[in-house]
Design a protein around this ligand. Sequence first.
Ligand SMILES: [Zn+2]
Ligand SMILES: [Zn+2]
Length: 319
Amino acid sequence: MTTSVSTPASLKDRVFNLVPPAMIAMVLLFWAYAPKAVTDYPWTLIVTSSAIVIIVLLLEFVHERHQGWRMNRQEFFTDLFYVVLSATVIAWLSKTLAEDPLLAAKAAMGLSTQWMAQVPWLVQVLMVIVILEFGQYWMHRLMHNVTPFWLTHAPHHHLTQLNAAKGAVGNPIELFLISLSVLALFDFDITALFAGLNTLNVISTFAHANVKSDPPIWYSFFFTTIRHHSLHHSTDYEATRCNYGNSLILLDRIFGTYREGEGVLVGQDERRRLSIWEQTVFPFVPLIERIKARRSVEPAPPPTRVSGAPASDGGPAAA
Ligand SMILES: [Zn+2]
Ligand SMILES: [Zn+2]
C-alpha cells in the first residue's frame, strides 16, 4: 500500500477533478437538445449508458488513482459479464416482476400524473434522481442491517479493487433488489427520465472508478465520489457502515450516515476475491452448511441386511 504525500494538485489533477461535473453537463445538454429522432431511437439509452462506462474505463488508464486497482483480464471479463447480465436478465426481471405490475396497478386505479409534463424539464430530471436514489439508499442501508439482505449484498463488498463497471458486480438477487423503483408511477418526459438515469450512471460509475478525480465540494456535497464510496468498501467493518448513497450522498448527510474518509485497501474476509459462481451461491452458503452439519450429526441409517451377513450396527462390513 502506498501512502500518498499531500502535494499541490497538478494541472492534470485539477482538470480531472472537473471531469465528472463536465460529463453530467454533457449528458443534460444531450438529452435536452439532441434531435428527437436521436432521443426517440430505442437504442440511444443503451448507447449512452455504455459510452459513459467505456469513457470512464479509458480514463482509468489516463489518470490512475491506485496502482493496486489496475484493470486486468480477469477483472475486465468479470465486470463485462455483470454489465451484460444487468442489461439483459436483471433488466427483464425488473420490468416483468416489478415495473409491469406497477403500471398495471396504476392503470387499474386510474392513477395518472399527466401534470408531470408541466413541470420544468430540469426539475423532472432532479425528481428522477431523488426518487430513484431515495429508494436505493434505504435498500442499501437495509442490506447492511438485516442478515438475509446482507447475504445478497456481501459479494459486492468482496470486491478487492474498484473500477468503472464494478457498480454492476454483485449477487444477482442483490442486482434485482437494487434495480427496483417506483419511477414507473410517474409520467416523466422520456428525455428527462433518460437524462436522470444517465446522470446517475455518470456519478455511480465515477464512484467506483480507479480514476484520480476528486470533484470540488459543490459536487461532492451532493453526489457520491470514489473518495466516500471507497471508504464504504474498505476492509474495516465499522468504516463500511456509512455512505450508503449510491449516487446521492446528500441522503447520508440528511439521515446521519455520512462519514468523511477514503479507503485504499478494499474487500473483506481477508480480502478474498469471489468467483462469479461463488458470488451467485453466496446467500445460500449458510443454509447449505447448516444442512450439511445436520446430516453429519444425524445417526447413520441402519445398514441394509444382506442375507447371510451378521445383523451388526456398524463395524466394517465383511466383504
Ligand atoms: Zn454496501
Ligand atoms: Zn460499491
